[in-house]
Design a protein around this ligand. Structure first.
Ligand code: MN
Ligand code: MN
Length: 461
């Protein structure tokens, strides 16, 4: 055997994913990417993701889960957790006690939320005060078009769903920034303070109500328009959930159209293929439990996040239905924590350790452990489980790679993996590499996206 043959036999195959797929797969990648772009543009908040996922699930025959009902193998149910998270489940041929297959992705993304008392006028301009949600680099969120989504209840408790600025022809919103001519002092701030939290004020109007002496005439005119359009008063902002997100559509990036740019790839680039895999799974061996969760970006706390008991309770309900103990079902369960990883960026190569970073077009990335420092704050998947996943992916020709989030001690981050692993479930992170993660316009590869779908399909069946 010459050295080339020996190398091919013994070394890791680090070729680009495009050298590992056939023409048929290339076509499938394009079709899948088109569906994803449509979903991403239409699902910019956790509530919209929840709603659209349930709508698609219903079309595929999923029915609302009834806890004490007897389900049989092949039955499809969804469980709506407070309109912000959703579980899709397909009952398996094996008893639930033998374990379920959990795919968990999150559907919340970093964004700009409104404060309880947001509306004000300054020098005859109208603004909203905000409080950002999740880890953002604040300077990236100024001088870009924003749109508004959310839910408001008026004084009588009537719900109004708000959506403004995302559809063609609708007015948009913006956070202003200084011009370079006057930005010299601001420019000396460290980048992370370039724009401060209290400077994320959203410009919402400028026209006074009329020319009388009444102060805050711009605010009055704005409140009048809001009241006419949505039927609520200033006091009702205090109980509302209003979120500003980027007002641009997902689109192809590059001359070769191999990439997709858009808001919220983290983590809808995993949530969408997880959802599609759940919708495309028929008669699985083990019960499939696909959870699209809220609150990952703020640490998974709260009753729609995965530190709460809602996923555990759902699995326990399934076990109870078959007269089994929930904890045994969990002990035998397996999970893919479907979340993104940072893609190696050659422009900022310093923060990565290239041999162990995930790369664009090298396929879906398995992250054995996340966390920071000495693997703090993570679940570290076992060799046994890693081997199981590796064999499963290879058998189905899924292009995959491993990844770590940056150099050791360069930073770190977490996912929902440890909260599921803490329930005594075998868990590992598997997801899609992302460039410009947490920015208003993140970038992913179509090939990697499709490989995530293939991975979840392999796991579900
Ligand atoms: Mn994420
Ligand atoms: Mn994130």
């Amino acid at each position: 055997m010459d050295s080339k043959e020996l190398k091919n036999k013994l070394f890791l195959d680090e070729r680009n994913g495009y050298f590992k797929i056939d023409e048929k797969a290339e076509k499938e990648i394009e079709v899948f990417a088109n569906g994803y772009k449509t979903f991403l543009t239409a699902s910019k908040t956790e509530r919209l993701c929840n709603k659209n996922a349930i709508m698609l699930a219903k079309e595929k025959g999923f029915c609302e889960f009834v806890p004490d009902k007897q389900y049989k193998a092949g039955d499809k149910v969804f469980y709506n957790q407070r309109d912000k998270s959703v579980i899709l489940s397909i009952i398996g041929k094996q008893p639930v006690e033998k374990g379920v297959r959990i795919v968990a992705a999150h559907i919340d993304s970093p964004r700009i939320d409104l404060k309880a008392n947001p509306l004000y006028e300054a020098e005859e301009l109208g603004y909203f005060k905000t409080h950002y949600y999740g880890g953002i680099r604040k300077y990236q969120w100024v001088a870009i078009p924003l749109c508004l989504y959310g839910v408001v209840y008026n004084e009588n408790g009537e719900k109004k769903e708000i959506s403004l600025g995302d559809k063609e022809g609708e007015p948009k919103f913006v956070i202003t920034d200084l011009l370079p001519h006057l930005g010299a002092e601001q420019g000396k701030r460290p980048l992370n303070d370039g724009i401060k939290g209290e400077e994320l004020n959203i410009l919402i109007g400028s026209r006074p109500f009329n020319n009388d002496e009444e102060s805050q005439a711009v605010k009055l005119n704005l409140m009048k328009i809001i009241n006419e359009k949505y039927g609520f008063k200033e006091a009702d902002f205090r109980t509302a959930e209003l979120e500003f997100v980027p007002a641009f559509d997902a689109c192809d990036i590059g001359f070769d159209r191999s990439l997709i740019g858009g808001y919220g790839h983290d983590d809808r680039v995993c949530a969408y293929p997880a959802l599609m895999a759940a919708l495309d799974t028929e008669n699985p061996e083990y019960t499939v439990v696909t959870v699209l969760t809220d609150k990952e970006e703020t640490g998974s706390d709260g009753n729609t996040g995965l530190r709460s008991n809602y996923l555990r309770n759902f699995v326990w309900d399934l076990a109870k239905m078959q007269g089994a103990d929930g904890y045994r079902a969990l002990r035998n369960s397996k999970c893919l924590s479907a979340d993104v990883n940072a893609a190696f960026d050659p422009t900022f190569a310093d923060v990565f350790e290239k041999r162990n970073a995930s790369l664009i077009n090298k396929g879906v990335v398995i992250t054995k452990y996340t966390g920071a420092r000495g693997k703090g704050g993570t679940s570290d998947a076992s060799a046994e489980y890693m081997s199981f996943i590796s064999q499963m992916l290879n058998k189905e020709n899924v292009v995959w790679q491993t990844g770590e989030l940056g150099k050791v001690d360069a930073g770190g981050g977490g996912t929902v993996a440890m909260f599921i692993a803490n329930m005594d479930v075998e868990t590992v992170d598997l997801g899609v590499p992302v460039l410009s993660m947490h920015s208003p316009f993140e970038v992913i590869s179509k090939l990697d996206l499709f490989m995530a779908y293939k991975a979840f399909m392999a796991f579900n069946k």
